[in-house]
Structures are given as structure tokens and as C-alpha cells.
Write a protein that binds this ligand. Structure first.
Ligand code: GLC
Length: 478
């Protein structure tokens, strides 16, 4: 559903935009297939230009046939194939809402049609492939469609790796849509009102199932709250299931070369970081002499908004720090951010919080660099990329000790570490960790040590790419 820089909503886009390039270093020729949101005249096509028409496909759903064109772009560095199907993907919106904020009229059929079109194209006209790496619920029906023989025989035989980037969104297929798909009934996948859980279908049928950190893999198999009803399915997958930690793309996320920064810098010389802070604070009307705490992320329950907002409120009211917040998400959370900002302004603290309710990749880069402390109190976190970007930019993160956050941040123990962790998912625990961070910030030599350790941490893709490559080879050898 996402591939940065063409279409990105969250970390999924970053991963799909970076992993194929890292796989190339492991001798794997990877290509990406995604919908052409907004069609050939839209912003996605513009970012991926030039596009070459390379094929056609048809998604057959019950009585209906939806024709699609397939375009190729080489702008990423590996081939990206775009499925241009105007009925379901003519609009530029990626999930949930159209570009104009309206609900999609064919919402539940959108990614079903995408998957049918991809399978059809793979059997007729696509370059030959050895394996399919499926990402998240938008691709989760492919193993079931293969099993049911809904594609050419060699396509049905292709091995699959299914990666769960988040179990918060599992993909529900209505009973009606399932019937139109003509797939056999499967009781274990059925939920309320006869809906089919697409993610469970993929967990049960894919050749290998991975998620994006070892810590989240353990939580998914043991804690049904985190797994939202799928813990048994993950356990049942047994040794087909494992956690492979994401990396970050050092060509995009590197403070020494980042074109979005007004001043670049390295661990050896942080002058550019201070200058960036001054410039960004001036832009946001914040006082650059105060410690700056930043949040960059989607305003969704899983990102910890219920702890984040009261925590930041207390932070501004009881410490010297200023806060910069950047994100979009659920309308109710966006409203809560505006409410917080209004309340602080009414109390004369308006100059201490800059809240930008927008999706702004450039400002995101600038905030990772400008901030002193990065706040990431996610309720659960499959991997999390923000904390890794922050560390790479010398901005120690304050994180809830969960999933991939626990796997990637070494908590400061008084002498060493790369960030700060808190255990209980409460505003009090969050604010205590923020206070701990601000106390170390006041101790310049200790803070410098912490920043250098954070910047030295290795979050490159190479180890993970090697693991995925081994997984593909084991499956294709079978
Ligand atoms: C999802 C998860 C996030 C992960 C990303 C990439 O956005 O919520 O934790 O880092 O996918 O795998």
C-alpha cells in the first residue's frame, strides 16, 4: 500500500522504499508493486516519473471485471510497478479517506481488487519472479487466492513471506465480498457478521510470517491485547513466525547529508545541530534557549496519544522545556491537539508549544535534528522508526518500553545508554522519564556521551536484508 517517496503514510512506506535496495546488496533482485493512487496524472505518478506502460491486468471479482494498466518507474533504484485501476485507485487517498477527506465508496474492495490485479498480471506479462514478499493486510489474501487456484499455476506455486507491520489493522473482508471472491469458507478466519480476517488467512497460509522486531514477535504470540485476537494464530505458525528488526535508510536519514536541514552535522561536530535548532525554533516561534522536546508521528491510539497529550501538557506547565508536535491522524486526536494548544495559549503558555497538524516530511527531518529530546510513548510499537531516526540525529528518545522500542533503545543507566524508557503506560511514567531526560540534558558531559552513543548505534538494513534473503532462498529451494 505504501512505498516512500511515492506514497507514504507511516513507517510501512519507509520500509518498502528501503528494503528492496538493501536486498540488492544481498544479491536479491527485488521489485515493488503498488497501486497508482490518483492515476497517471496524479502526484504519485509525478513523483515516480517517468512512467513507462509495461502491461495490463484484469481484476475479476464475481460478475465484475476491473481492467488495470501496469506502469513501471525506475526512480527508486529498483523497478516499481504501479497498478493503475481507476475505479478503486483513481483517487489520491491511500487509506480510509479520499484526498478530499470523504469515505471511499468501494472501501473494502480496494485492496482486494489490487491483489486480484497483481495476481493476474504475474501470470501474464510480468517479469518472472521467484517469491512474493507481502506487506500487511493489504496483501494478506494472496496466499488464500493462490491456494484456491485463483491465478496461473506457476503464480499459485510462488512461495510467500508475509510481514506484519502492525496487528492493529488486520483487514476485514465482508461476507458479501468474500462470496464474490468465491473463496472456500474457513471458520477460523470468520469474525462477527461473517467477516473474514485477512491477516489471519495470511498467517495461516504464508510460507513464512515475519514481523518487524523480535520483541513485537514475542508480544504477538503471547499477548492477545497486542495481537488483537491473533495470538493463537501467531503461536500456531510456530517456527514459520519470527521477528526481523527493520533498519533505516542511511541515504535518506543522515544528518551529515540531509538536504532538508539548514545546517548539516556529524557526531564529531554538533554545531550544525544547534544552528538547525535555532532556525527551526525561529520558524515555529519557539524560544531556542529552552530544551526542545519533539513528537513526530501519526495521531492514533497505538502511538500513545492518550499518554502523549497529558504528558506534554504537564511538561510545559512544570518544566523549562518547549514542545514541537507534528502529525495527522484520527480527527478526534487532531482536535485534542488543537484543544491542548488553545488551552496553553489561554494560560499564557502559547509560545511553548508548536503544534503542526499536517503531513510534512521536510519538517519531520528538521524536527529530528532540531529537538534535544524525542518523545515516543507508543502504546504498542511493532518496530518504530522515529526513535531510530532521532538517535541517528543525536536526539535521545524517551520511549515506552514495548515492542521494537524496547529492542532498539538502550535505557540510560546513569553512565551509559542511548535514550530513556518507561514501563507503565501512564502519563506519570512518561513525564517521569521526560524529567529524567531533562536532568541529564543539564549535565553537559553526560548528555554529550548519550548523544554520541545514540548516533553510533547501528540501524543499517544490511543484517535484516541478509535475514530476509536467507528466508526467500530457503523457501524457493523447497
Ligand atoms: C508500522 C508500525 C511501526 C513500524 C512500521 C514499519 O507503521 O506501526 O512500528 O516501524 O510499520 O515496519
Amino acid at each position: 500500500a505504501e512505498c516512500a517517496p511515492f506514497a507514504k503514510v507511516g513507517g510501512l512506506g519507509d520500509v518498502v522504499g528501503a528494503l528492496p535496495l538493501a536486498l540488492a546488496d544481498e544479491g536479491v533482485e527485488a521489485s515493488v508493486v503498488m497501486p497508482l493512487y490518483g492515476g497517471p496524472g496524479g502526484a504519485v505518478a509525478h513523483r515516480a516519473a517517468p512512467l513507462t506502460l509495461v502491461g495490463a491486468a484484469t481484476a475479476r471479482l464475481g460478475e465484475d471485471a476491473f481492467p488495470a494498466r501496469i506502469w513501471r518507474s525506475d526512480a527508486l533504484g529498483v523497478p516499481v510497478f504501479f497498478v493503475d485501476e481507476p475505479v478503486h485507485f483513481g483517487d489520491a487517498g491511500v487509506y480510509f479517506r479520499t484526498a478530499d477527506g470523504l469515505p471511499f465508496s468501494h472501501a473494502d474492495a480496494r485492496f482486494v481488487v489490487f491483489q486480484l490485479a497483481v495476481l493476474d498480471w504475474l501470470g501474464a506479462g510480468a517479469p518472472a519472479v521467484d517469491a512474493l514478499h507481502l506487506h500487511d493486510n493489504h496483501t494478506a489474501l494472496i496466499p488464500a487466492l493462490q491456494r484456491a487456484g485463483r491465478a496461473a499455476a506457476d503464480v499459485c506455486a510462488l512461495p510467500t513471506v508475509f510481514t506484519v507491520h502492525s496487528a492493529d489493522h488486520q483487514g476485514e473482508v465482508s461476507a458479501d465480498l468474500w462470496d464474490r471472491l468465491g473463496l472456500p469458507t474457513h471458520d477460523a478466519w470468520r469474525r462477527e457478521h461473517g467477516q473474514i480476517n485477512a491477516m489471519q488467512a495470511a498467517i495461516d497460509l504464508a510460507g513464512a510470517v515475519t514481523t518487524v522486531s523480535p520483541g513485537y514477535a514475542r508480544e504477538l504470540a503471547s499477548d492477545d491485547t497486542v495481537a488483537h485476537g491473533l495470538a493463537a494464530a501467531f503461536r500456531h505458525a510456530g517456527d514459520r513466525f519470527s521477528g526481523v528488526l527493520n533498519g533505516i535508510d542511511a541515504a535518506v536519514w543522515n544528518p551529515a547529508t540531509d538536504p532538508h536541514l539548514p545546517h548539516t552535522y556529524t557526531a564529531a561536530d554538533l554545531a550544525g545541530k544547534a544552528a538547525t535548532k535555532a532556525a527551526v525554533c525561529a520558524e515555529l516561534n519557539l524560544d531556542a534557549t529552552r530544551p526542545l522536546v519533539a513528537f513526530v508521528g501519526r495521531l492514533m491510539p497505538e502511538k500513545g496519544v492518550e499518554v502523549l497529550l497529558p504528558g506534554l501538557d504537564t511538561l510545559v506547565r512544570t518544566t523549562e522545556a518547549s514542545v514541537a508536535l507534528l502529525g495527522t491522524g484520527d480527527p478526534e486526536h487532531e482536535a485534542a491537539v488543537r484543544g491542548l494548544s488553545g488551552m496553553l495559549a489561554a494560560d499564557g503558555l502559547g509560545g511553548r508549544l508548536a503544534a503542526v497538524v499536517a503531513f510534512d516530511e521536510r519538517l519531520a527531518h528538521r524536527l529530528y535534528a532540531a529537538a534535544d529530546v524525542f518523545a515516543m510513548p507508543s502504546r504498542s510499537e511493532p518496530c518504530g522508526l522515529g526513535q531510530m531516526y532521532a538517535m541517528a540525529y543525536g536526539t535521545p528518545p524517551v520511549v515506552h518500553a514495548t515492542g521494537g522500542l524496547r529492542d532498539t533503545v538502550r535505557a540510560w543507566d546513569g553512565t551509559a545508554g542511548t535514550g530513556f524508557c518507561f514501563d507503565a503506560f501512564t502519563p506519570d511514567a512518561f513525564i517521569a522519564a521526560l524529567r529524567e531526560a531533562l536532568a541529564v540534558y543539564d549535565d553537559a558531559p553526560a548528555w554529550a556521551r548519550l548523544q554520541r552513543a545514540a548516533m553510533a548505534a547501528d540501524f543499517s538494513w544490511s543484517a535484516s536484508a541478509r535475514t530476509y534473503a536467507a528466508r526467500y532462498r530457503a523457501l524457493t529451494a523447497r
